[in-house]
Design a protein around this ligand. Structure first.
Ligand code: NOJ
Length: 670
């Protein structure tokens, strides 16, 4: 039995409301005093700075916008109204990495007049800051030419980043450089380690009807600015006031793993519009998917067509026999036959290829206690998709399909718009909202980035938004190198769940018929593939390999057992790009799971303080064998069981490019 969650306001009290001719400075600290934000107005121009644990982490930095009809808020302004507020509450996620989330902050609202007035709200948490701009109704409708917000960071720092404005969206390998050597426009979350050891990550929360913020880091500088992703005509955003921008957020932590215990982005989103969304069911799935990436089957119709009735039933049988809930089917509908780029895609979302009988496969799935996971590849042709969206979701709802994976394989949406501009943000939200009407969850590939919207729309369950497993099958540039999954937890995964699609057991891709057989492989050990089920959270979690590769494999027991929904999550160890260890408790039992992975050989040290005191647990360790090495002996895996309890420490040897997964089942005492 879990304790019931207590949700309440301990204080929602207006501390001070000031209305004076003009003020030069305003200060707000977090409830515990760890974080301090100071806004100063010099020569009529406001700047903000952030001090964390006595360290200045953001030096006086600019605020404001340029509208298309002239500067806004960059001409002299006066701070005339100031008010403060406090909040302390606990709320519950319907699914996720953490059931109960604490939300404690102090808020400062600043109203500026002179020129055209504007309100800026800061929310200051112990572990970060969020701020947003509110445009008054009097502005009516207007267009934004540029956002002026900056984050002036300390001079000496390291940064992990991927460049924005690329054809393959977020699907790039992370660079690690000095902050002053970035010299590029980068995506968020943007993770930085200061010379002091303090880690921070700049991102945004509640991205709604506005372009994504990317960050410009000029060469030779650490004064980071926001660059809003434009429409194809160069305009950044069309706004109808009154309007709040998304929150600009800065997470702060004493070390790398501290960045993972941070919920400010979720806290800055609105509560659920779907109530407790009990119809959104976390689960694991297999799919007619990897075979296409290996090239042995095709999305296109024809002799190697993957999505046939018979093949789907084979996957359904496998899922049912192994307690997996879903079966994804890609390439089931007409409209596109094998050519990814070049336009001309006209998918039809309510008709199937003749060899795929959806009524029969969904009937069969129901009989076996499994559901079908639908797929809407759009080819980036959003106009075609939007025109059919309602009927496409209705079609799946009629067939009892509760989750749809969407896809936008294209360099630009409809040939012209960035996926992450305001056009894309609007489109992706329309899909989430339409799916919700039909009680369908969405798992978005080639997505808009996650900004905590899952709190408001809990049917937006997962997404891609980084180089996933598929790059190991065909990328031709060496796949995902051995440190890729050691970087993701501290960068992309800070934004939210990822459908990485772990669990490839055929590590050397012997089933692959395509080119470059020697370069395409998984860059890690078998035990590491298992560790990803704990390290990479996704409420829809794939067992990505072909069923035949799991048959007779003792290691598959871990994939059968591991949950996709968690009561709590603890980051225990980590250095960006080197190693990470995470423990999570199952939401539906008292059992605990640990995942660890590393690039270099090491011993993961896991004190089991989180287990219930005085209570034995049966631990099963899936770890690298003594001679395992991702390059030479990736399949070398040991399965060990022992009884453990709170007070014990697990010391788990991890091979080069290796990992481990541990299941700890609470034993019932007589
Ligand atoms: C790219 C996605 O990442 C992948 O999962 C999917 O199979 C293809 N697009 C086809 O939609």
């Amino acid at each position: 039995m879990k304790h019931p969650v207590v949700i309440g306001w301990t204080s929602a009290l207006l501390l001070l409301a000031a209305c004076r001719p003009s003020m030069e400075e305003a200060v707000v600290t977090s409830p515990g005093g760890q974080t301090r934000v100071q806004v100063r107005i010099q020569d009529g121009r406001p700047t903000y700075r952030v001090v964390w644990n006595g360290e200045e982490v953001v030096t006086d930095s600019e605020l404001g916008f340029d509208l298309t009809d002239g500067p806004y808020f960059t001409e002299p302004v006066e701070l005339t109204h100031l008010s403060f507020n406090n909040r302390s509450e606990t709320w519950e996620q319907p699914w996720g990495e953490q059931r109960e989330i604490g939300n404690r902050y102090r808020e400062m609202k600043l109203r500026f007049t002179g020129g055209r007035h504007l309100t800026i709200t800061f929310r200051v948490f112990e572990d970060g800051v969020g701020f947003r701009y509110s445009f008054p109704a009097a502005l009516d409708s207007f267009a934004i030419a540029a956002e002026r917000t900056r984050f002036h960071l300390p001079d000496s720092a390291r940064a992990w980043w991927i460049a924005a404005y690329q054809n393959d969206r977020f699907e790039y390998l992370f660079n690690q450089t000095d902050l002053s050597a970035v010299g590029d426009t980068v995506h968020t979350p943007f993770t930085v380690r200061l010379a002091s050891g303090t880690h921070l990550s700049i991102h945004e929360a509640a991205l709604t009807d506005f372009p994504s913020a990317t960050l410009v880091v000029p060469a030779g500088s650490t004064d980071v600015g926001i660059d809003l992703v434009p429409w194809s005509n160069g305009i950044k955003a069309y706004v109808q006031a009154p309007f709040h921008t998304p929150w600009r957020t800065i997470r702060l932590a004493a070390d790398a793993k501290g960045l993972l215990h941070n919920y400010i982005d979720l806290n800055l989103n609105e509560p659920s519009k779907l109530g407790d969304a009990e119809w959104v069911r976390p689960g694991k799935y297999v799919g007619i998917w990897w075979a296409m990436h290996l090239g042995t089957h095709s999305w296109a119709s024809g002799p190697t067509h993957g999505a046939t009735t018979a093949e789907t039933k084979r996957y359904i049988d496998f899922a049912a026999a192994n307690g997996l809930q879903g079966v994804l089917v890609e390439g089931w509908n007409p409209g596109w036959d094998g050519q990814w780029f070049g336009g001309g895609t006209r998918f039809i979302f309510n008709q199937t290829h003749p060899d795929f009988d959806i009524s029969e496969v969904t009937r069969y799935a129901r009989e076996k206690g499994v559901y079908l996971i639908g797929h809407h590849e759009t080819g980036g042709d959003t106009r075609n998709y939007e025109a059919q969206l309602d009927s496409a979701m209705a079609f799946y709802a009629r067939h009892g399909v509760p989750v749809v994976k969407t896809g936008y394989v294209a360099h630009r949406l409809d040939g012209t718009e960035w996926h992450h501009g305001q056009y894309g943000v609007r489109h992706y939200r329309l899909v989430t909202e339409t799916a919700a009407k039909y009680r369908i969850a969405v798992n978005i590939h080639e997505p808009i980035k996650d900004t905590g919207i899952r709190r408001t729309w809990p049917n937006e369950v997962s997404r891609e938004g980084a180089r996933g497993q598929e790059f190991n099958a065909w990328s031709g540039d060496g796949g995902n190198p051995v440190d890729h999954v050691a970087i993701l937890p501290f960068t992309r995964l800070l934004a939210g769940p990822m459908d990485y699609t772990p669990g490839i057991f055929d590590l050397m891709l012997e089933a692959k018929a395509g080119p470059n057989p020697d370069r395409n492989r998984i860059h890690g050990t078998l035990a590491r593939e298992l560790s990803l089920y704990v390290i990479i959270h996704s409420p829809v979690q794939m067992a990505a390999d072909l069923p035949e590769h799991y048959e007779g494999q003792p290691a598959f027991a871990f994939i059968r057992d591991v949950p996709a929904d968690w009561e709590t999550s603890l980051a225990l160890e980590g250095e960006i790009g080197q190693f990470v260890t995470i423990a999570r408790q199952d939401r539906n039992s008292e059992d605990w799971y640990v995942g660890t992975l590393s690039v270099e050989p090491r011993t993961a040290v896991v004190p089991l303080d989180f287990l219930e005191a005085g209570q034995p647990y049966q631990a099963t360790l899936y770890r690298d064998g003594d001679r395992a090495d991702w390059r030479t002996r990736p399949f070398d895996l040991e399965i060990e069981t022992r009884v453990v309890q709170a007070g014990d420490t697990l010391r788990i040897p991890v091979a080069p490019g290796g990992g481990a997964a541990v299941r700890m089942v609470r034993m019932t005492m007589q």
